[in-house]
Design a binder for this molecule. Structure first.
Ligand SMILES: *[C@@H]1O[C@H](CO)[C@@H](O)[C@H](O)[C@H]1NC(C)=O
Ligand SMILES: *[C@@H]1O[C@H](CO)[C@@H](O)[C@H](O)[C@H]1NC(C)=O
Ligand SMILES: *[C@@H]1O[C@H](CO)[C@@H](O)[C@H](O)[C@H]1NC(C)=O
Ligand SMILES: *[C@@H]1O[C@H](CO)[C@@H](O)[C@H](O)[C@H]1NC(C)=O
Ligand SMILES: *[C@@H]1O[C@H](CO)[C@@H](O)[C@H](O)[C@H]1NC(C)=O
Ligand SMILES: *[C@@H]1O[C@H](CO)[C@@H](O)[C@H](O)[C@H]1NC(C)=O
Ligand SMILES: CC(=O)N[C@H]1CO[C@H](CO)[C@@H](O)[C@@H]1O
Length: 681
């Protein structure tokens, strides 16, 4: 699409001519292939969004002063609430844990100081409503009997207090030296009123008169505040964001995310073993998108996410490659292989008889999870090319495949490249392809792409998105600023091509699924979000992936048609999980409506009968539901229309209509140019 106005007029004439008569389709009753039951999933992408300030519900930013060589610990996000308070980043000889060596010292700046306090401005604000917030913090020091802290949610603009709670100090009693004298305090906080906007802060204050004799300051660490989470899980997810993902009806979660897995340098990969257990034992890691990650959303938290949404986990393991292009040598690759085998044992091993299964059970998860797929690395064709990729083909991937085939023969191993990345994928492994393309590419190279796969070339579409307008190429070419309607329709056509080969495709996921409006690397996404939940926005691609994902096909069905070559109408047909007939389609590069007739042919042994004078045939649908999605129009601007969170306008119109077959069991309707449709009968 994306014609200039002049060529659009020209194209209209030829296209009109080619679509004056209806496209007649006959769907056969059988003879297709069994599709993957996991066609649509989620990929937790980490583009400046590793859960922190996103789907991970923690409201406090920099809650534990985690840092690394790349991103040193700091007091970012924290401020004193008055000029009498002095905040200092401190590395005590008595830290809360070896994972969290830094803490914040809160001291009186002058002897006359009465009240000391500090605030956190959250991930670009905090949403404050009359609901239950669950908080905790660690303190070290000494307070007098009866001392207390006040925790509150306040406006960062006016200082208005929306809710506050007194937390009794546990430092006045005899403190155990177990955690180096650190004592955890818990509280819940229910604001009386909702804040008018999200420019809010979380504040902790205390009186200097409450400090014990000879004590001039207190140390704080791991200061945490959660709003209600999805299914009320401790350390859980933001419910509103989970809900919009759930509407997509996803079936799997590719975790933990793409580049985050690899890390920037060879010693900084996502070490799963440092993301489990109590938060005080998680050091966090240097993220690949220019900031320190908390790893609050850790391996078990991903598995809880899977359980809560009934998603099959697709676990990616580190393959020994870093984003700077360095990779483990043949002699050292066992380090990565063992790390991955331990990870799968941790997830799936018996709670009594395996080393890592025991560790899992000790963390409160005795029941093993089921892992269906393990992906070896992420985009190993990319970093350190060509040496990095060569090492993957030569010894890195083979070492993993051998180890997993021996120890976990029931798990499908997925290579991070696909056969489209110039790799012969050794059996029984599958591959993974990540098209970030233009709309025309998705149709011309995408729709038929998977027809060439054999059953041995099983392929995952682990990431995909229309990112460039037609004509744009490469990472230096112009990227669109948001998913746009014509780009989303092109993704739909690509997905129809994948579904036609549903026996050779493991599944497909858009990437990235989430984008923080305040911190992001690029804008393509299914869902945009900010601290303020009213800014949560479903992109044009969210709509398309939702429609296709909500009508899963169990088995494809052959279709005969009158159209010669396929296009500008593209389709797939099949049987659903309740044996309903499903036809999915999309229209691109047409300026006219496309009339369609569809007949679902009867299977063998079905006879026509006359009921009340009407011809009937058991097994042939006579009624169907048609869902259609259209954009705002066909002008160039309208093709580029986006769902912008700041206007709140949704440019996608979804309609649901009932269609009746005529006396010959033929459904007749027409589809608009640049539209996506599903017919279910
Ligand atoms: C089923 O798979 C076969 C073999 O790959 C292929 O030729 C055929 O077109 C597929 N059928 C459908 C309905 O997709
Ligand atoms: C802190 O001091 C500055 C300058 O001395 C002053 O402008 C500001 O109002 C003071 N803030 C508070 C909270 O007292
Ligand atoms: C986690 O595993 C890696 C590699 O297996 C190891 O180097 C690291 O020390 C482990 N971390 C902890 C905290 O045990
Ligand atoms: C695709 O599968 C066939 C076996 O059906 C195999 O011979 C071929 O090597 C595979 N292609 C690639 C690139 O892995
Ligand atoms: C759409 O039409 C334009 C103009 O004719 C053409 O350049 C482009 O290749 C077409 N795209 C597809 C996917 O057919
Ligand atoms: C990540 O976010 C930071 C802060 O907004 C930004 O400066 C940085 O450019 C982003 N990272 C990338 C890779 O774009
Ligand atoms: C006055 C002010 O700081 N307003 C901010 C409140 O928060 C929103 C959303 O983060 C910002 O866009 C405003 O600038």
């Amino acid at each position: 699409m994306f014609l200039s106005t002049k060529s659009a007029a020209l194209a209209a004439v030829t296209l009109l001519a080619s679509v004056t008569s209806a496209i007649d389709l006959v769907v056969k009753p059988s003879g297709g292939n069994v599709s993957s039951p996991y066609m649509y999933g989620l990929m937790h992408e980490d583009i400046n969004n590793s859960g922190d300030g996103g789907i991970y519900a923690e409201l406090v930013r920099n809650r534990a002063f985690q840092g690394s060589k790349e991103f040193p610990s700091s007091l970012e996000g924290w401020s004193a609430t008055n000029n009498d308070t002095k905040l200092t980043l401190t590395k005590l000889s008595t830290p809360l844990s070896s994972a969290l060596p830094y803490s914040m010292n809160v001291a009186a700046d002058k002897s006359s100081a009465k009240k000391l306090g500090f605030s956190n401005d959250g991930f670009w604000g905090m949403d404050v409503k009359p609901q239950k917030y669950t908080g905790s913090f660690y303190v070290r020091g000494a307070t007098k009997k009866g001392a207390k802290f006040t925790a509150s949610l306040q406006s960062g603009l006016t200082g208005d207090v929306f809710g506050s709670v007194e937390v009794k100090s546990k430092l006045d009693a005899k403190v155990s030296q177990k955690d180096n004298g650190w004592v955890q305090h818990f509280f819940t906080l229910v604001p009386k009123v909702a804040a008018p906007n999200s420019n809010n802060t979380f504040v902790i204050e205390f009186e200097t008169k409450d400090l014990a004799e000879g004590t001039a300051s207190l140390d704080f660490n791991l200061i945490s505040l959660f709003p209600p989470t999805y299914k009320n899980r401790a350390n859980g997810l933001r419910p509103d964001l989970v809900e919009v993902l759930k509407e997509l009806k996803p079936t799997f979660l590719r975790l933990p995310g793409g580049n985050m897995l690899e890390g920037n340098t060879i010693d900084h990969w996502w070490k799963w073993n440092e993301t489990i257990g109590p938060l005080k034992d998680r050091p966090g890691m240097a993220g690949v998108w220019e900031y320190q990650l908390t790893t609050g959303l850790g391996l078990i938290d991903y598995m809880n996410w899977c359980d809560d949404l009934d998603l099959a986990p697709m676990v990616a393991v580190w393959s020994g490659l870093a984003l700077d292009g360095t990779f483990l040598s043949k002699e050292d690759i066992h380090i990565a292989v063992d790390h991955a085998l331990d990870q799968i044992e941790f997830l799936t091993g018996d709670a009594k008889t395996t080393k890592w299964g025991k560790v899992r059970a000790s963390l409160g998860y005795p029941k093993p999870w089921k892992v269906r797929w393990v992906e070896i690395g992420n985009e190993d064709w990319l970093a350190g090319r060509p040496a990095g990729f060569d090492s993957y083909k030569e010894y890195r991937f083979p070492a993993f495949l051998k180890a997993f085939t021996e120890k976990y023969p029931e798990i499908q191993v997925i290579a991070s490249p696909s056969i489209f990345d110039d790799m012969v994928i050794p059996a029984p492994a599958a591959g993974d392809t990540h098209p970030y393309w233009t709309p025309d590419q998705f149709i011309k190279e995408g729709f038929n792409r998977f027809d060439q796969l054999t059953k041995q070339n099983l392929t995952l579409i682990g990431e995909a998105a229309s990112v460039h307008p037609n004509g744009g190429i490469g990472w230096d070419g112009p990227l669109q600023h948001l998913p746009w309607w014509a780009g989303s329709v092109a993704e739909a056509i690509f997905l129809l091509g994948a579904e036609r080969n549903g026996d050779r495709i493991i599944g497909a996921t858009y990437a990235p699924i989430l984008r923080s409006l305040d911190r992001w690397q690029w804008a393509m996404t299914l869902v945009q979000h900010a601290a303020d939940p009213t800014l949560t926005t479903k992109s044009t691609s969210w709509w398309v992936w939702k429609l296709l994902g909500n009508h899963p096909i169990k088995e494809t069905l052959p279709v005969s048609h009158s159209n010669g070559e396929i296009g500008p109408l593209y389709w797939v047909a099949g049987k659903g999980f309740k044996n309903e007939k499903i036809w999915k389609a999309a229209v691109y590069n047409s300026t006219a409506n496309i009339p369609v007739t569809i007949k679902f042919e009867a299977g063998k042994g079905l006879k026509e009968t006359i009921v009340n004078g009407v011809k009937k045939l058991l097994g042939i649908p006579t009624k169907a539901t048609l869902w259609t999605q259209t954009g705002p129009g066909l002008s160039e601007d309208e093709q580029y229309a986006v769902n912008d969170p700041f206007t709140g306008v949704n440019v996608v119109t979804e309609k649901k209509t009932e269609v009746k077959a005529d006396k010959d069991w033929v459904f007749r309707f027409s589809l608009e140019p640049l539209s996506v449709a599903v017919l279910e009968a």
